[in-house]
Design a protein. Sequence first.
Length: 211
Amino acid sequence: MSILNEIAENLMKGKANDVKALVEKAIAANEKPQDILNKGLLSGMGIIGERFKKNEVYVPEVLIAARAMKAGMAILQPKLTSAGVQPLGTAVIGTVKGDLHDIGKNLVGMMLEGAGFKVVDMGIDVDAQKFVNGARDNKAQVIGISALLTTTMTNMKAVVDAVNASDLKGKTKVMIGGAPVTQAFCDEIGADGYAPDAASAADLAKKLLKK
């Protein structure tokens, strides 16, 4: 098994220390930083994402895989930076105004990182202007908004309206998700996309980048 496959395998098992050691070994063996990222870390995280979508693994497995990926990334990041490897894109994520839930948002953040995005997490209870400012300051291509309550999901429209009223219109795409959110609601408020789960959110973000 190649060292890059070993990285992916150990990441899927959530073995953070092994992933870290293997990334160090791959760097010492002069593997390209981009290959370690794409064929090792992101490859493993992508498989976890697919399994999560099919209900073959659950939140705890995703969390430990993401932790292993972070351990590997901590070693690899300086090498990626000096090699000039850019992230796929930047996503600003947060839970909408009035909503204090963050598990779904955190999972989406991990899946986006696992897909190669730079993720800027604005936290919970984020108002429309803060999303706009965050996206502008970080030159984000995607804003991801989460809501877990029917009473707070209506605040998603304010974010879509604020983006459309700003200089980000047409440049930054808004995607939404959360338990009560549907495709019909997404269409109604004019958001750019809806994802039913965290792994689908990463796929959606990639699609929105190409639009």
